[in-house]
Design a protein around this ligand. Structure first.
Ligand SMILES: [Zn+2]
Ligand SMILES: [Zn+2]
Length: 333
C-alpha cells in the first residue's frame, strides 16, 4: 500500500526576479500572482492525494527565510472562517500562505536595497523540520506525526534567482545532510538561468531538476513531475536533467571556476595555485606552484567548458606528486 509522504516546498520570493519574470517582453510572462494560484493548486493536490500526507511551505526572501505554512504551527488568526463551499485543509493552506507572503512583501517595501535571497536558509530549515518529524524522540512534545508513517521525505525548490556563488559551501553541506536523511531534493527552475548548485543538489539526492520552458504550463509540470512520491517515480519515469553542470566555486573568491586547484590534504578548491592552503595551512613546494602556473591555459569563452564531476576531486587529490592534467582539477602537490 502506498504510504504517506512528506513534502517541503521552498518558494524563491525574490521581488526583482519576479518583476522581471512578469515582463511582457518574455516569451511566456509569469507573474507572482499567477504563479501562486498554480502553486496552491499543486499544494492542494498533494494534500488531497492521501489523508496522511504532510506539507510545509518555506519562503526564501531577501536576506531571510520564513516558514509560510506548517500544520503544526498555525496561529489562531491563521484559521479562516468556516465556509460551506470550501474544504478546510485547502482553505487553511491557501489563506495562510497568501497572507504570510503578503505580510513579508509589505515588510520588504521598507528595505532600501535588496539583499540576495536566503535560499540555503530555507533549505536548512526544511531539513531541520524533516529531521524533527522523522526523529521524534529528540523533539519537544506536541508533534503528532508518527515516525513510522513518514517515508521518502521530499523538498521541492521553486527557484527564480541565479546562483549565489558565496553560498556554495553552505549548499553543499545542505546536500550532504539531505543525503544522510535520505531526503530527495527536486528543483523546478521557474525563471532565470540554470543554477549550477541546484542541478547538483537534485543530482546528488536522486531528485529531478526541471527547467521550465513553457512557463504558462507551470501547474502541468508540477503535477506531472513532482506530485508523485519517490517510489512511484520509477514507474512514471519522471524527467531528469540529461546534462549537469558540475562546476564548483573556489573557496578564495567564491567564483564558479572551470579549472580549479584542489588542496591534496583538505580538498579545498582554489581558482589559482596558492603557496599555503588557506583552510588547513599546508605549504606546497614552490616548484609545483611554478609548474602549475606554467601549465594553466588561458581561459577564453570558447574553451570554457562544463567542469569535471566533484567525485573526481578524490582522484586528483592524492598526496603523491601527480602530473598536471591539461584541464580540470589539479592537485596542489
Ligand atoms: Zn578564487
Ligand atoms: Zn588544505
Amino acid at each position: 500500500m502506498e504510504k504517506a509522504s512528506h513534502l517541503s516546498v521552498i518558494v524563491d520570493l525574490s521581488p526583482t526576479q519576479w518583476h522581471l519574470s512578469a515582463q511582457t517582453s518574455n516569451q511566456h510572462p509569469l507573474s507572482v500572482e499567477t504563479f501562486l494560484s498554480q502553486l496552491l493548486a499543486f499544494l492542494n493536490a498533494h494534500i488531497a492525494s492521501k489523508h496522511e500526507n504532510s506539507l510545509v511551505v518555506f519562503g526564501a526572501l531577501p536576506g531571510k527565510s520564513v516558514m509560510l505554512y506548517s500544520p503544526t504551527e498555525l496561529l489562531s488568526d491563521d484559521v479562516p472562517s468556516l465556509d460551506a463551499n470550501s474544504y478546510l485543509p485547502f482553505k487553511l493552506v491557501d489563506s495562510t500562505v497568501v497572507q504570510r507572503i503578503m505580510n513579508e512583501f509589505d515588510a520588504i517595501g521598507e528595505l532600501k536595497e535588496e539583499p540576495p535571497c536566503a535560499l540555503v536558509g530555507a533549505v536548512t530549515k526544511a531539513l531541520c523540520y524533516i529531521n524533527r518529524i522523522t526523529h521524534p524522540s529528540s523533539t519537544t512534545a506536541g508533534v503528532a506525526e508518527d515516525p513510522s508513517v513518514i517515508h521518502d521525505p521530499r523538498i521541492l525548490i521553486l527557484s527564480v534567482s541565479p546562483d549565489l556563488s558565496s553560498s556554495y559551501i553552505p549548499i553543499m553541506n545542505a546536500i550532504f545532510s539531505a543525503q544522510k536523511l535520505k531526503v530527495t531534493i527536486d528543483v523546478c527552475k521557474v525563471y532565470g538561468p540554470d543554477t549550477v548548485f541546484l542541478q547538483q543538489a537534485a543530482h546528488l539526492t536522486n531528485g529531478s531538476y526541471i527547467y521550465l520552458e513553457r512557463r504558462d504550463a507551470l501547474l502541468q509540470y508540477l503535477i506531472m513531475s513532482f506530485l508523485s512520491p519517490t517510489p512511484i517515480r520509477k514507474i512514471l519515469a519522471v524527467p531528469k536533467q540529461d546534462k549537469i553542470d558540475f562546476r564548483a566555486a573556489c573557496f578564495c573568491h567564491k567564483n564558479i571556476v572551470d579549472i580549479g586547484f584542489v588542496c591534496s590534504v583538505c580538498l579545498s578548491i582554489f581558482c589559482q595555485p596558492l603557496p599555503v592552503c588557506s583552510t588547513c595551512r599546508t605549504k606546497f613546494p614552490i616548484n609545483t606552484l611554478k609548474r602549475l602556473n606554467a601549465a594553466r591555459p588561458t581561459i577564453t569563452p570558447a574553451n570554457s567548458r562544463i567542469g569535471l564531476p566533484l567525485a573526481n576531486l578524490n582522484n586528483t587529490a592524492s598526496p603523491r606528486p601527480t602530473p598536471t592534467p591539461p584541464n580540470g582539477m589539479s592537485s596542489l602537490r
